[in-house]
Design a protein around this ligand. Structure first.
Ligand SMILES: [Zn+2]
Length: 240
């Protein structure tokens, strides 16, 4: 197989770049940043849900107030009638009818009181929701501040290692350009399930999985044209 050294060097540089990118993803700053971000996301969800519920309860309370107002109007009308008929000299309405009207008036009062209680309970719910909302927003303030600071810090970290990463990327690209597309696609395929897709064969032993391989493998690698893979781990074998 040709260009074994190039393939091996490329695989090493590629692995180094992956490690670097992995490290970048896992800095303490980033971990803390993600933690704060998750907290803020969850808090925002909570805020939305409280506001939604509060809006619904406010609607119910308004509805109740309308009903109470209507009952009060009916009550006032009824009381005017009662007062009128009580003082009237003719017998337009009987005592029974008058009593019935008074009973209706009482019913309206108790109905209004009952709805008033319900409205009060709803108002209490709204007050509680407002308090809960303030608490959530209050707790978000320092986290948001920390998040913004961490974001700046993370950006600085990214910038400072950016140059280093760029250099590595260039090196990887340069080495990659020497590898044929067929081998590259096989390399990427193996990389999908194995770290370090290229392994050195030393004394007939695969250096990645440590498997002892038949002597014929070595000859195949040195004299053959195609790729030879480790029968145990599937990595491309090279001899330097
Ligand atoms: Zn192996």
């Amino acid at each position: 197989m040709e260009k074994m050294k190039e393939l091996y060097d490329f695989s090493k540089a590629d692995a180094a770049l992956d490690r670097k990118l992995e490290d970048l993803k896992n800095t303490d700053t980033r971990k803390e940043l993600v933690k704060n971000q998750n907290f803020l996301k969850a808090s925002n969800k909570k805020v939305e849900s409280i506001q939604e519920k509060s809006l619904q309860v406010r609607g119910e309370a308004q509805n109740l107030e309308k009903q109470i107002k209507k009952i009060e109007e009916d009550y006032d009308e009824l009381m005017k009638d009662i007062s009128y008929y009580s003082e009237a000299e003719d017998d337009e309405v009987s005592t029974e009818q008058l009593n019935e009207m008074k009973k209706q008036a009482n019913d309206l009062i108790s109905k209004s009181n009952k709805l008033g209680e319900n409205a009060k309970a709803l108002l209490k719910q709204i007050t509680n929701a407002d308090k809960e909302l303030r608490d959530v927003l209050q707790k978000m303030i320092p986290v948001k501040k920390a998040y913004d600071e961490l974001k700046d810090k993370y950006q600085e970290e990214q910038n400072s290692v950016g140059a280093e990463t760029a250099e590595l990327k260039n090196e990887v690209e340069k080495l990659k350009s020497q590898i044929s597309p067929d081998i590259l696609s096989e390399y990427e395929r193996i990389k999908g399930f194995r770290r370090n897709p290229v392994s050195l064969l030393v004394n007939n032993r695969c250096q990645e999985c440590n498997m002892q391989l038949p002597v014929s493998v070595s000859a195949k690698i040195t004299h053959g044209t195609g790729l030879v893979c480790c029968e145990n781990c599937g990595r491309i074998l090279v001899i330097l």
